[in-house]
Design a protein around this ligand. Structure first.
Ligand code: PAF
Length: 277
């Protein structure tokens, strides 16, 4: 596997493959590769003849006091995990994506506005800006994102639509631990006691989705789930809500493409998850 650090090198590789008639799929990550990322890479391999994984902990999507300094940086074990699972054609891991004096950002509206947009106002500006820069460094035919961060996926789709970017966005369903906890690099932050409690979030999403499908009043079902999470020991609930999957607007009936979206604190860790009705 080629490990490249310079944008000129990764751009040249991408174009060389495309000029030879091959297709390229980008898997953007912040590293600390786990089975969720490996599933994205496996799908990328089925989609395109060449797969590039980017590994870059993007400072602009972290707010003041968030975990940028502590975010796990594990390049050697990431490369080993990717290699062991079948490899990819190149890993792009730039030292920085931002030149001194960088002063231009993408500020997404629309689907970026609710949920994470309210709880972490800097977040999608950072994500959209770095993903657009990645698409410039790597003019891939496809890019793939996990549904675990469903709102992020929708923000990227919206940006690609709005800015006419020549890349096709693919999604992969959330990969979970056996007990239901959605895989995330931040799960390492959970204490042993919190790790035991964490799967209750997904259990509550499943129960609530079933109740709503069976005709329970939506707001009452959501409120009961929020109360059960609080009683079980979860901290602040940023949101636990039913929204339409296409525009992420609040939904108060069992619409076909609606999902329950949740962001809940457990100790000092913020878990986010979503579940389709
Ligand atoms: O989902 C992530 O890991 C990041 O938000 C992404 C898309 C790689 C941008 O930094």
């Amino acid at each position: 596997m080629n490990i490249l650090h310079q944008k000129t090198d990764i751009t040249a590789n991408t174009k060389k493959w495309q000029q030879a008639g091959e297709t390229v799929c980008l898997v953007p990550t912040m590293g600390n590769i786990h089975s969720g990322h490996l599933a994205l890479i496996a799908k990328a391999r089925q989609t395109a003849s060449r797969v590039i994984v980017s590994i870059y902990v993007n400072p602009t999507q972290f707010g003041a006091g968030e975990d940028f300094d502590h975010y796990p940086r594990t390049l050697d074990s990431d490369c080993a995990a990717i290699e062991a699972s079948g490899g990819c054609d190149a890993i792009y891991t730039p030292a920085s994506m931002y030149e001194d004096g960088h002063a231009t950002s993408i500020v997404p509206g629309g689907v970026a506005t609710p949920m994470e947009g309210e709880a972490r106002p800097h977040f999608f500006t950072g994500v959209a800006t770095v993903v657009l820069k990645l698409f410039t460094h790597i003019p891939a035919d496809f890019a793939i994102f996990g549904e675990k961060d469903f709102q992020q996926l929708e923000v990227i789709r919206q940006m690609v639509r709005d800015l006419d970017l020549p890349v096709q966005i693919l999604a992969h369903s959330t990969i979970r631990e056996a007990d239901g906890l959605a895989l995330s690099s931040r799960n390492h932050y959970l204490s042993p006691a919190d790790r035991k409690l964490a799967p209750l979030l997904y259990a509550e999403m499943q129960v609530t989705a079933t109740q709503i499908k069976d005709g329970a009043p939506v707001e009452a079902a959501l409120e009961k789930a929020r109360n059960r999470l609080t009683e079980a020991g979860f901290g602040a609930i940023d949101y636990f809500d039913l929204r339409r999957a296409d525009d992420l607007q609040i939904c108060r009936f069992a619409a076909p493409h609606s999902r329950i979206f949740a962001a809940v604190w457990l100790g000092s860790t913020r878990l986010i998850d979503n579940h389709p009705l």
